[in-house]
Design a protein around this ligand. Sequence first.
Ligand code: SF4
Length: 374
Amino acid sequence: MDVKSAYIHIPFCVRICTYCDFNKYYIQNQPVDTYIDCLIKEMENSEVRELETVFVGGGTPTALNMQQLDRLLKAITSIFTIKGEFSFEANPDELTLEKVQLLKDYGVNRLSMGVQTFKPELLDILGRTHKTEDIYQSVENARSVGIESISLDLMYHLPKQTLEDFKDSLERALAMDIDHISSYGLILEPKTQFYNMYRKGQLQVPNEDIGEEMYEYLLERMSKSEMHQYEISNFGKRNHESEHNKVYWKNEGYYGFGAGASGYVNGERYNNVNPVNHYIKKIENNERPLLDSTFPTQTEQMEEEMFLGLRMNKGVSKQRFNEKFDQPIEQVYGQTIKDLISKDLLFEKDGYIAMTERGKVIGNTVFESFLLNV
Ligand code: SF4
């Protein structure tokens, strides 16, 4: 498998959001400079030098100071030749003109901004550090230095969020003529502040129906915008789809660098150790910073091909399935596909099997049908 993508993890944040279960740490008193040294060493030790897509995520990469960012960007661009998309995750209040200019100077061409909502009360509930005006300012900063593609993340199904609130955030994003929107419903994850509040009865989450109504509204509104849907939660203008994320959905390989990063290389799915200090120790001892790894069986790979591929509007390519697994998709999933088509949850077009609008709303139920070992 020719691997041409890499994910680089910066696990630091200036404040911890109430809903967040990502691998992240409050930045104060963290060994950030040593972490960057180790990350550089891990990247240097890899066998890859040419990449099509690079995604620097977190945590929040823009939580790094100018000197740290400069060192990281210099290292990434001297170790790798990046031929295509070079993406950075950013928080609106951290994307100063100075920082975004630095990103641009090193060739970053795509920003994924954690906006979540434009409503001040909801930003507070989420524990975000930015204010509504920071969203406008950061987009202006990014445009002024010529970043080619700007994506905003928006959340729905939030505590105290009404359908009108969600509509308003969406309209504000569309009015900014943004290139790409990712929109995800809140999932209450264990070990988050939200989860604890919910268990103590201090947090009311709107019921499932409201979440579905918001998602249906999202689909309808986006279908009338310049952005087309290409994945369950992602919408982009022409030539602004996330090429890096498509690597995941197409079930292709990618490197993962940094604490808690995951990768999929030469048939091995691996996770790096999470705690920053463990990661640093392993790298300093010249060990691979591995937490665990598996080599998915052919059956598991076929399931993954379906779960991931069906997320995309285009769906799963029958020809690719055949080439990859040396058997036609009908031989493995013929009856399942037939049943789901008859229930209006799937359709077949131009050699692809894809989900209908109805299928997308209840995506998990559709995915479960493709489990082979149940
Ligand atoms: S900024 Fe992002 S990674 Fe950091 S705590 Fe908030 S949601 Fe989590």
